[in-house]
Design a protein around this ligand. Structure first.
Ligand code: PDD
Length: 293
């Protein structure tokens, strides 16, 4: 084991990342038959762990699987992984697949799920991304009709993120039947007449946990943020656009399809919401989170 090598979790065992292996017959590898979660960790405290485990259980239920351990045991394994990796600011990744079986599309009779977890240090979001905003492109939603399942089959997302990168953009925003739905790895907010809107839950949208935190903060602090559809035409004329995710928190999109969004600078509602979000994170850094919430 190389010094300082991160530890991974594979089916109940903690071991150095370079020794963490699963079979090539694993259905995750063969069919992308599995689901995942990415959990932000601040000063050793996983943020909204309970919500992430609930979403994992829901994704598993939707693909005909159960959470492989009780919620408390699952949470304990995540805490243990973070502790063994010396905590700090990091990102916990959980992947659960249907397990190893001879290659045959339908579900195998006797199979044990594969549970893999890693904990990696996070690269902080560059200050200028928040100060100046990032670029995004809009793309046709070529994904499937169950984007509410956090499935490991991310080929469309990978392809469109690459397309965005090739155009100097950070994110690709999926457009489906004349509506903007979400980003390739983020949820979407757009501001109209001073009010932010984010597309409601549905089969085309991942119920994002960062997005839920933003909606919760907005409710607590009486900020003008609500769920509602966003048409493609509206998006092109939005005053502000933001994207949210566990890894990048809230980012302002200031260029969309090579055009400035609103004034071309991060907007005032973005600043207010980001300040509220950061205050929540600061509290977690200082006091941790009270149990998995
Ligand atoms: N992705 N929508 C999609 C398609 C996503 O992949 C993600 C996150 C989100 C935001 O969800 P949350 O706020 O719960 O992270 C929305 C993770 C970070 C990833 O794939 O790495």
């Amino acid at each position: 084991m190389a010094e300082g090598e991160p530890l991974a979790y594979v089916n109940g065992t903690f071991l150095p990342l370079s020794e963490a292996k699963v079979s090539i017959l694993d259905r995750g590898f063969q069919f992308a038959d599995g689901v995942y979660e990415v959990i932000p960790v601040y000063a050793g405290s996983p943020f909204r762990l309970g919500a992430h485990i609930r979403r994992l259980a829901r994704s598993l239920g939707d693909i005909g699987m159960d959470l492989p351990m009780a919620t408390a045991a699952f949470a304990e394994a995540v805490y243990e992984l973070i502790k063994r990796n010396e905590g700090g600011d990091c990102q916990a990744y959980i992947q659960v697949t249907r397990g190893e079986a001879p290659r045959n599309h339908s579900f195998p009779e006797a199979v044990h799920p594969t549970v893999v977890m890693t904990c990696t240090p996070v690269t902080p979001v560059p200050g200028e991304w928040v100060r100046d905003g990032v670029a995004a492109i809009s793309v046709e939603d070529i994904r499937w009709a169950r984007c509410d399942i956090k499935a490991i089959s991310l080929l469309p997302n990978v392809m469109m993120r690459q397309k965005a990168a090739e155009q100097g953009a950070y994110e690709a925003i999926w457009m489906h039947e004349g509506r903007a739905v979400e980003g390739a790895a983020s949820n979407l907010f757009a501001v109209f007449d001073g009010e932010a809107r984010t597309p409601p839950d549905g089969p085309r949208v991942l119920p994002g946990i960062t997005r839920d935190v933003v909606l919760e903060l907005a409710a607590d602090e009486a900020l003008p943020v609500r769920t509602g559809e966003i048409t493609a035409d509206e998006l092109a004329a939005a005053e502000e656009v933001w994207v949210t995710s566990s890894t990048k928190e809230i980012l302002p999109v200031t260029r969309l399809d090579q055009q400035p969004v609103g004034s071309g600078r991060p907007g005032p509602l973005f600043r207010t919401v980001l300040d509220a979000y950061r205050a929540r994170i600061q509290a977690i850094r200082e006091h941790g989170e009270e149990g998995p919430s």
